[in-house]
Write a protein of this length. Sequence first.
Length: 175
Amino acid sequence: MRERADAGGTQPGVNYPGHQDIHPGSPELSDQQHPATPTVASATAAATLDDRYGRTPSRRRRSRALAIAAAVAIVVVFAVWVVWAGPGQTSHGLDSDDVGYKVLSDHTTVVRSQVSVDPGTRADCAVQVLDKSYTIVGWKVVDLPASDQRSRTISTEVRTTTRGVTGLIHDCWVP
């Protein structure tokens, strides 16, 4: 038995682009594109995809545990850094300036520097002499005993391996 076509040349219940009874916003079109309840097939397909790509509940728990462990590790590292570099480390007002130098011979240079440190604080300074290619040719660590003055000028005689062309304080620290 053959079904008859309707007046518009289409079969009833079939959507054709030119069908006049079905247009955007009509209940027939909206119901087909947005079903009210998900079908069993779509839930099964989602479960199959989750299994295929490893999205299981145990995997989610493991990922969450790893994320929490990483966050805790970052917080611990930051806290250790704050304790190490934070308020416990003070410079005691330590500052150094190069005043000048005098090359006495091919193997001796005198370096003059000004060192400022809080009164009553002992300091050590590394004095170096460089040659014309900026190679260190002499090095000496100078102990500055505690003093009641904040600033003092020091002259340090440094023995060198070859003729130096400049002398300066490399670094100062509170032991």
